[in-house]
Design a protein around this ligand. Structure first.
Ligand SMILES: Nc1ncnc2c1ncn2[C@@H]1O[C@H](COP(=O)(O)OP(=O)(O)OP(=O)(O)O)[C@@H](O)[C@H]1O
Ligand SMILES: [Mg+2]
Length: 112
């Protein structure tokens, strides 16, 4: 099992969510975050205004998937979130040791 974490532009959230739903992803977590990349937050346009501060609003998605789904999930996020402009974000994949569905105590792939 893997955790796919994606940091994307806020206005891309719905498109990313829909792309993941089409793949059959069962759930996801969204957080409003702020950050910067190589441009240190400069020269990024957010809602029409150029941000001169260091931190730019982004949305972080966390998606637990079974390992065979990882490539598809990453591809779907990249395709849906890409504008080609700076600040499009990052996707990264980490190993997940254990998942438990709290209601039933089901474990791992059964808990997805
Ligand atoms: N090295 C990093 N560590 C943690 N978070 C990062 C890192 N780089 C970028 N991020 C997060 O991703 C968001 C988007 O980064 P961004 O797309 O600007 O990366 P970039 O490497 O500068 O690429 P680009 O040149 O396309 O802008 C940042 O606002 C930040 O939240
Ligand atoms: Mg950048």
């Amino acid at each position: 099992m893997k955790l796919v974490t994606a940091i994307v532009k806020p206005h891309k959230l719905d498109e990313v969510k829909e792309a993941l739903q089409e793949l059959g992803v069962q759930g996801l977590t969204v957080s409003e975050v702020r950050g910067y990349g190589r441009q240190r937050g400069h020269n990024e346009i957010y809602r029409g205004a150029e941000y001169t501060v260091e931190f730019v609003p982004k949305v972080k998605l966390e998606i637990l998937v079974d390992t065979p789904m990882v490539e598809e999930a990453v591809d779907a996020v990249v395709k849906a979130a890409q504008t080609g402009q700076v600040g499009d974000g990052k996707v990264f994949v980490t190993d997940v040791e254990r998942i438990v569905r709290i209601r039933t105590a089901e474990q791992n792939v059964e808990a997805l």
